[in-house]
Write a protein of this length. Sequence first.
Length: 258
Amino acid sequence: MARAMNPATHPSSALPLLRARRVVVKVGSSLLVDAEQGVPNSAWLETLAEDLAALRVRGQEVLLVSSGAIALGRRHLGLSSARLKLEEKQAAAAVGQIRLAHAWKDALELHRLSVAQILLTFGDTEERRRYLNARNTLSTLLRLGAIPVINENDTVATAEIRYGDNDRLAARVAQMMSADCLVLLSDVDGLYSADPRRDPAARFIPDVHSISLDIERMAGGTTSAVGSGGMATKIAAAKIAIPAGCHMAVALGREQHV
Ligand code: GLU
């Protein structure tokens, strides 16, 4: 059974999500891909799909930005070195994107939700004609009731003109689609005054109202073993989303039923 969120049992910081008409959810590679096996975390994905179906039942539109193509494809191709060359990443993405799309299709179709794959490059969000075209396609998919699953088109994006991280891509999608809320699901539960994995004195910062230099400094240089994000790209995403009037949350995605 899909769970619905109850405003009475959620903190006030959850209100923007509860009230949002249109939500963008970004899922990081470290959540989606089982690091040991290099395959999708299907059980977890199914619980997320159930939560997303619950948003849809409440009349909310959902767009997904999903990482994981490179992490899924590299294992399949036997690319084991820690740092891949650009062309190896592109090859891994080409193989992994098929697996990623299948994983989402399998999970969301359990809830009779249609899944649409959209691969965007930097130019698709930055050049007006292509931006308008991408926006039209996404709007049409939403109108027809499908859930767009978006990723960067890694196989053609080159180093100079690629996002490279899906945090900023998700923020651009949220801005492009006038989303009310952007949720970045990650392996960290929010912003800390320093990297909590390295500094035991790191303080949790529950709410940020504007991105000051101090906030940017706090986020500097944190990384994750599987994804390419870290807190710096999340702050960069906030700098895109917040001026567009979109609330943004960084949330721990590891538990089932996020
Ligand atoms: N587009 C990359 C992939 O699907 C992920 C980028 C990121 O980790 O944010 O593997």
